[in-house]
Design a protein around this ligand. Structure first.
Ligand code: BTN
Length: 365
């Protein structure tokens, strides 16, 4: 969680972006074609409905084809949609969404510097709770500790969700834990594999990082204005595409499952889990989040080593406190509270007296 004070947001995305609005013509053509999956819609009919020339219709059809839409065209019959690509444009995503309010407004971009930066900007301009920003790729995807997040186009998920919880700032880290739990659950549901959470909020599959979270908060002393939940999930990227320096520590759902994942299905599942866990957090408080987080993380009792703000700390991870800090018991019986850093496990298994029961996930939907 990065705390931001006023005026933090001064960088603007420098790329020309493609935003899909519900009203644009591509969207309207797609809606019409989808309504008639087994019949052809004539160019004349489309031009009449869209109030544009037949040449304009043809240009739009060509554009949609260039995006990966398979559209059959027959002289004298017209156009028929055969297959849609796995794009995350609102019209592709919305039919799969099962949420009540989260993701009802999708700001979609072909390319952004960072979805977090764009979501922050939108939130500053008044964007509401549950609005999401999605990009097919990021030029400057932000990772933890000032790192970059590898963000190749059309393969993974880069998502930022705007939340406006009525909580004091010290509770905001629980939102990060909440989002990690929701992401782990969505991964398990979509892949059938059991991920684990590595403190603070890396999601691992078979010990390699498949997803990461970077949440940013804007607040004043006693009030949170908004939280930007930034989530990156490696879905369909192949191992060989990862930059060399992360190739051995990163993975994707496709690598682990041996088959591609539908990005829109995954997105729908993730938003559903986020909505569920966020509602639970607001209703019941942090205890339920911590309980589930501990079950996914299984960090209690592990021998860990880490560097935090230049200090190397080694010991047994005892717990995570209500603010998301890691408590480490060092050799001298002293307990240290760590708020940032990368954990390295230096054992094979946890010390049993600290262990967390594995079956405490809650609630099931
Ligand atoms: C980490 O280092 O583990 C956190 C990575 C977070 C990446 C996501 S991708 C979507 C959102 N936008 C960003 O710029 N970063 C987050």
């Amino acid at each position: 969680m990065t705390a931001n004070d006023t005026n933090r947001f001064d960088s603007q995305d420098s790329f020309a972006v493609t935003i899909w609005c519900e009203s644009n013509m591509d969207e309207e053509i797609l809606q019409l074609l989808r309504k008639h999956p087994s019949t052809f819609l004539s160019g004349e009919e489309l031009s009449r409905r869209l109030k544009v020339s037949r040449t304009a219709v043809w240009k739009k059809i060509s554009h949609l084809r260039s995006l990966g839409y398979e559209i059959e065209a027959l002289t004298r019959s017209g156009y028929r949609l055969i297959q849609s690509p796995d794009l995350l444009i609102p019209s592709e995503v919305k039919p799969s969404l099962e949420t009540d309010w989260m993701g009802k407004t999708v700001h979609y971009f072909n390319r952004l510097d960072s979805t977090n930066a764009k979501a922050y900007e939108l939130a500053m301009r008044g964007a509401g709770e549950g609005e999401v920003v999605i990009a097919e790729s990021q030029a400057k995807g932000r990772g933890r500790l000032g790192r970059n997040w590898f963000s190749p186009p059309y393969l993974n998920l880069y998502l930022s969700v705007i939340l406006r919880p009525d909580i004091p700032p010290h509770q905001a880290p629980l939102i990060t834990l909440m989002a990690a739990v929701a992401t782990a659950e969505a991964i398990e549901k979509c892949s059938g594999l059991r991920p684990s959470i590595k403190w603070p909020n890396d999601i691992l599959l078979k010990g390699r990082k498949a997803a990461g979270l970077l949440n940013e908060i804007r607040s004043e002393t006693d009030r949170v204005h908004f939280v930007i939940l930034g989530i990156g999930v490696n879905l369909n990227v192949d191992e060989r595409m990862f930059p060399k320096e992360i190739r051995v520590i990163a993975t994707s759902l496709k690598e682990e499952m041996g088959r591609k994942v539908s990005r829109k299905v995954f997105l729908a599942s993730l938003l559903k889990e986020l909505e569920k866990w966020y509602a639970l957090f607001l209703k019941e408080g942090g205890a339920v989040i911590l309980k589930s987080w501990r079950a996914w993380a299984q960090i209690r009792g592990r021998h860990v080593k880490m560097t935090s703000f230049g200090e190397t700390i080694e010991g047994i991870a005892v717990d995570v406190d209500s603010e998301g800090a890691l408590i480490i018991e060092t050799g001298r019986g002293e307990r240290k509270k760590v708020v940032a850093g990368d954990v390295q496990y230096t054992d094979q298994a946890p010390i049993s007296k600290y262990q967390t029961p594995n079956k405490s996930q809650y609630p099931k939907s």
